[in-house]
Design a protein around this ligand. Structure first.
Ligand SMILES: Cc1cc2nc3c(=O)[nH]c(=O)nc-3n(C[C@H](O)[C@H](O)[C@H](O)COP(=O)(O)OP(=O)(O)OC[C@H]3O[C@@H](n4cnc5c(N)ncnc54)[C@H](O)[C@@H]3O)c2cc1C
Length: 394
């Protein structure tokens, strides 16, 4: 059932589903819904893969290791398949995926790494334990003298995030999904929603609505999510490698999660330099108005880590930096549930600093739930989302 409100000529007349947010979660949801035969409109205030969105950053790690959380490992594996299929269909000459592997190291006997190894080796995943000698011989630029545990996922790697989302958006548009650049407004009254209100006053009628608004969810639904999703400022920095030097490229080095230090590194991909990210949560951040300039403290932390871990880059120049945002739930579990006041409205988000890789599987899951009118797994439900940070999924 759709409303008969007037719709501007450049807007789709009526859809089965309107998806709000063309990041990883929303774009893949639109893809799967459209593949299942639904008429879909995909609305984004700034466009797919825009620079404010978390999915609009250059690159994101895809790994299957998730401690004891085997469901997340399965989702990651399924997502990897679907990203690879997208890459195979995408013919722009530039890769969406770099299979450089992902290395986990820890300087303590951290149970999370032991659980990750157990999950991976008990399932259909590739995982190798590396001793000190193999670390040194495989990755000479890495200084790992104090590492007590090292685990490599050779099938893992790095997705080119913005490029992938823009490729997917172009594909869904060819499939018939209406891409609309507009700011959506949350429903103001309870009950079944019949049309999405846009900030310019027009409306998009549909049967169902999926709000996949990333770090904007607490702004769109302040009463419901203001305390349950916390956007935080997160910094990544690119350090330049020496001229003519291939030792730091993705064909020689994996992405590296240096567990316990709060830092991770991506190899030099496509000439951008070695990327360092700080995973420790930063200050609360407004994704619309927040200034995205690098601060001295983050740069000092990155240089301190480089000096210890990749000493060959200790004095490397900072050549680029970016400020992005996480959209954290209390535990790091995703939020996938119906809106309690609107049974035909779904909320999909809470990527919590690790959601990008999951776009394909989350989209598939949401499309299936909409088609079958089923309830989500309890771990994704709104009821399980607290207001005090206690991260268990990362
Ligand atoms: C520094 C950093 C490093 C990360 N590293 C990794 C990693 O290595 N691996 C990994 O898997 N994940 C990683 N993540 C997390 C991942 O990027 C996010 O979880 C994921 O991209 C979130 O996708 P999304 O679709 O939920 O949100 P977004 O990509 O933010 O998309 C939300 C979209 O909604 C639109 N929107 C919002 N409000 C409205 C509105 N009212 N009307 C219309 N449109 C609206 C926005 O314009 C935006 O395009 C990282 C995140 C950061 C910040």
């Amino acid at each position: 059932m759709t409303s008969d409100l007037a719709v501007p000529a450049n807007r789709p007349a009526a859809s089965d589903v309107v998806v709000i947010g063309a990041g990883a979660f929303g774009s893949w949801t639109a893809h799967h819904l459209s593949n299942a035969g639904a008429r879909v409109a995909l609305v984004d205030a700034y466009g797919p893969g825009n620079s404010r969105s978390s999915s609009g950053d250059e690159s994101r790690i895809l790994r299957c290791g998730y401690g004891a959380a085997a469901a997340y490992s399965r989702f990651a594996r399924r997502s990897r398949e679907l990203w690879r299929e997208l890459e195979a269909r995408h013919d722009a000459g530039l890769p969406l995926w770099h299979q450089c592997g992902v290395l986990w190291t820890s300087s303590t006997e951290d149970p999370y790494l032991a659980q990750t190894l157990a999950t991976l080796t008990n399932g259909p995943y590739a995982a190798q334990v590396l001793d000190r000698a193999s670390l040194n011989s495989r990755y000479p630029p890495f200084e790992t003298g104090d590492v007590v545990r090292a685990l490599l996922e050779p099938d893992a790697g790095v997705l080119m995030a913005r490029r992938s989302i823009q490729a997917l958006a172009a594909e869904v548009s060819k499939q018939g999904v209406d891409l609309v650049r507009a700011e959506a407004v949350a429903p103001s009254t309870a009950g079944r929603m019949t049309a999405l209100r846009l900030a310019d006053g027009s409306e998009l009628p549909a049967d169902r609505f999926v709000f996949a608004c990333g770090a904007w969810l607490p702004t769109v639904f302040p009463e419901l999510l203001g305390q349950k999703i916390t956007p935080t400022r997160q910094v990544v920095m690119y350090f330049g490698t020496p001229p003519g030097d291939e030792r730091f490229t993705g064909s020689r080095l994996p992405a590296w999660i240096d567990f316990g230090t709060g830092m991770y590194a991506l190899p030099d991909l496509e000439g951008r330099g070695v990327k360092l990210g700080i995973d420790t949560h930063g200050a609360r951040f407004d994704p619309n108005t927040g200034e995205r300039t690098l601060d001295g403290e983050s740069l000092r932390a990155a240089r301190g880590w480089l000096r210890v871990r990749i000493p060959g880059l200790a004095d490397a120049p900072l050549i680029e930096s970016r400020v992005c945002q996480y959209e954290n739930t209390s535990t790091g579990d995703f939020l996938i549930d119906r809106h309690p006041d609107h049974k035909n409205v779904w909320i999909v988000g809470g990527g919590s600093g690790h959601g990008f890789k999951y776009g394909p599987a989350v989209g598939e899951y949401v499309a299936h739930m909409i088609a079958t009118n089923t309830d989500p797994d309890v771990r994704f439900s709104l009821a399980t989302k607290g207001t005090v940070a206690s991260r268990v999924i990362y």
